[in-house]
Design a protein around this ligand. Structure first.
Ligand SMILES: Nc1nc2c(ncn2[C@@H]2O[C@H](COP(=O)(O)OP(=O)(O)OP(=O)(O)O)[C@@H](O)[C@H]2O)c(=O)[nH]1
Ligand SMILES: [Mg+2]
Length: 690
């Protein structure tokens, strides 16, 4: 594909609720433009942008994928993204690279959680959008009701560009409200027809809504509109383009990919209404002094590019997708990664063509490209020149809230595991990996269970590593509530020199002050040189408590009596004597099990409050307060960590994907006895096994 001028580029992200038809639309557009010879289908795993085996198996998208087609001399790059909430990171990446968005809305589903996410990202990334009502011919589809739902949710800036003729099985075409023309389809053939008479009122009402929204974008048109003067088609088109570009309005189109209705109109709308990179405001970057600089979309300006995706490609290895904002990156170039302070050698640069790449001489400002085998650069990094180092604000991905413990499935997998996990995380910045120092577990934090499932399949396919996952261990603690005195004696007589140590310890609570050791020995019954041995014994027991093997916190042990043998006593003997005394003492001092309790903040739309609250109650949660912020309700509560291990999944199902939460450790609290009993039994069972 030869380069075109920056004023002829469109970078368009497709986003919307899961299953609303994004990939199918992309397939139609690419096919119409002749980029793919055969029209693929999501349902039989042949869609060109759902090319990963994990996607084909599930018949849905899991990763962003891109391809470019030509429309009347304009290069339109489509970035298809997944709708499923676990993979929202891909949508964030897609928005970061695009100048405009197509937001799909299923005609029978209306405004769903995925729609809201797309709208939120379109706003936060200042990416203008066109809404596409999809699957209008399906049973129960109601495109006009969907339009109204959009207006209700997002207000008057939602501007109908078309309205549907018929709905569900009777859906047969649309009225173009800009040009006041109607189109009917038969067997995919579009013919212009008179506007159906019975739609006259509806057409008048919707055109009024369109004009009202458009007038907001342009004072001249506004005057005409208010004075009831005629607005010409061209004026309206110009005004709509301006309104979309400035995010003053968002047009709405109606389609059915299955009946091939509205696809050509969508091609026209992309080119006509969505902004070119040249129309985008300058991006803000930071220079090494920390000063902000505005960088304009100029192919001859200083280089500024940002990486929005990294993937492990089976053929070319690590593949980095980037968007050039200014300047250009050529094949065999050397660029500068200012975040890492490293030079990167560029091999061949490519255009992204679905699963494949097309070699090109350079990627220019406004274009999206890829390069293989970068050494230091990861997603979100900026690329510039060493003479003009610049960084853009990093992409912000949601914190993963669902932890699982990961173990290699076999000995052979053990060696490869940590390398494979870090490459996996490179591909998906919404996953994090953590080695929990206390439980010794390798934790994978994810957005949801599906992401974990997909991650495990990818580990196997791409990196040849099999894993098993388990709920993470809860880092319980033990402590004591009472006081006890306990004796420990270690004596061994073997052939020559024996072993002898004998101590009396007083064990008492030491709230909030950790483990402490002290001595109150009178008359040298235990000589000083054995004190360290005694202390080691106490601390060894504190590391692995007698109740369920968890660390014992907040107790004090005082050595106050004992005896020794001039020949046989040594440090080891006293250590062993102290171990036995400490264990006994703790067991007699009313030991208890403590659990980590998290401070949880849940954000949900008002209507889910009751249900979320009830659910928190069943998790032994204690409500701390409620608050309203940005139109959402915020609940804060103390909830034991043990009750939160699958909360990310449950909250999503309660709130239809609209709820989010954060959690941080608040304090340790006593475990209720029925729960404690279970933990102790599990510990015993493990001891028996091991
Ligand atoms: N009846 C009907 N079904 C459609 C239409 N467009 C897509 N579908 C079907 O809807 C399902 C989802 O379509 P996709 O294109 O995979 O939707 P998506 O938005 O890419 O889905 P995710 O990638 O999971 O977010 C598939 O079974 C499609 O065949 C349409 O116009 N009419
Ligand atoms: Mg898809």
């Amino acid at each position: 594909m030869p380069h075109v001028d920056i004023s002829r580029l469109r970078n368009v992200v497709l986003a919307g609720h899961a299953g609303s038809g994004k990939t199918t639309i992309a397939e139609h557009l690419l096919h119409k433009a002749g980029v793919i010879n055969r029209m693929g289908n999501v349902n039989d795993g042949t869609a060109s942008l759902d090319f990963e085996p994990e996607e084909q198996k599930r018949q849905l998208s899991l990763s962003l994928a891109a391809n470019t087609f030509d429309r009347d001399g304009n290069h339109v790059t489509l970035i298809d993204t997944p709708g499923y909430a676990d993979f929202v990171g891909e949508v964030i990446s897609g928005f970061a690279a695009a100048d405009g968005a197509l937001i799909t809305v299923d005609a029978s589903g209306g405004v769903e959680a995925g729609t809201e996410t797309a709208v939120r990202l379109s706003r936060s990334s200042h990416t203008p959008a066109i809404f596409v009502i999809t699957r209008c011919e399906r049973e129960n589809a109601d495109p006009t009701a969907t339009l109204d739902a959009l207006r209700e949710e997002f207000g008057n800036k939602i501007a109908p560009l078309q309205i549907a003729i018929g709905k569900a099985d009777a859906f047969s075409g649309y009225v173009d409200l800009v040009h006041r023309k109607a189109y009917a389809y038969e067997d995919g053939q579009r013919t212009e027809v008179p506007v159906p008479e019975d739609m006259a009122d509806e057409v008048a009402l919707r055109r009024e809504q369109l004009l009202e929204a458009a007038a907001d974008a342009d004072d001249e048109v506004l005057m005409k509109f208010l004075e009831g003067e005629e607005v010409s088609d061209q004026e309206l088109e110009r005004c709509l383009h301006k309104g979309v570009k400035d995010s003053v309005l968002a047009p709405v189109m109606v389609t059915s990919a299955n009946r091939d209705i509205g696809m050509t109109a969508m091609l026209d709308a992309i080119v006509r209404y969505l902004p070119t990179p040249l129309e985008e405001p300058p991006v803000t970057a930071t220079d090494p002094r920390g000063d902000e600089v505005e960088v304009s979309p100029d192919p001859d300006g200083p280089l500024l590019a940002q990486v929005f995706k990294t993937t492990a490609d089976p053929f070319v290895g690590r593949l980095t997708y980037f968007r050039v904002w200014s300047g250009r990156i050529s094949s065999h170039d050397t660029v500068w990664n200012a975040e890492k302070g490293e030079e990167e050698r560029i091999a061949q640069v490519f255009y992204i063509k679905g699963a494949e790449q097309e070699a090109v001489d350079e990627i220019r400002a406004g274009e999206i490209g890829a390069v293989a085998k970068l050494a230091h650069t990861v997603t979100s990094d900026s690329l510039s020149r060493k003479e003009t180092p610049l960084t853009m604000a990093p992409l912000v991905y949601p914190q993963p809230m669902l932890p699982v413990a990961v173990e290699p499935a076999s000995k052979a997998d053990l060696d490869k595991l940590s390398g494979a996990l870090s490459r996996l995380q490179e591909e998906d910045p919404t996953l994090t990996i953590e080695r929990n120092a206390e439980t010794g577990e390798q934790l994978l934090w994810a957005q949801g269970e599906n992401q974990i499932q997909v991650a495990s399949e990818r580990l196997e396919r791409k990196f040849g590593t099999s894993i098993v996952t388990n709920p993470p261990r809860i880092p319980y603690r033990e402590t004591i509530r009472g006081t006890a005195k306990a004796e420990g004696r270690h004596k061994k007589q073997t052939g020559g020199r024996g072993q002898f140590g004998h101590v009396w310890l007083e064990i008492s609570p030491n709230p909030g002050a950790g483990v402490e050791f002290d001595t109150k020995v009178v008359g040298g019954v235990v000589p000083k040189q054995f004190f360290p041995g005694v202390e080691k014994g106490v601390r060894a027991v504190a590391e692995k408590g007698p109740v369920a093997g968890y660390p014992v916190i907040d107790f004090k042990a005082v050595l106050y009596d004992g005896s020794f043998h001039t020949v046989d006593s040594d440090e080891l003997s006293f250590r062993l004597a102290a171990v036995s005394a400490t264990r006994k003492g703790i067991n007699e001092a009313n030991p208890t099990l403590l659990e980590p309790v998290m401070e949880v903040e849940v954000r949900v739309p008002e209507q889910y409050m009751g249900e979320v609250n009830r659910d928190l109650n069943t998790r032994r949660g204690r409500l701390l307060g409620m608050d309203a912020r940005d139109g959402q309700q915020i609940l804060s509560a103390h909830v034991p960590q043990a009750e939160l291990s699958t909360y990310a999944t449950e909250l999503r199902s309660i709130t239809g994907g609209r709820g989010t939460f954060t959690a941080k450790l608040a304090q340790y609290e006593e475990v209720p006895s029925h729960v404690a009993q279970k933990v102790i039994e599990e510990h015993r069972a493990e001891e028996d096994e091991g």
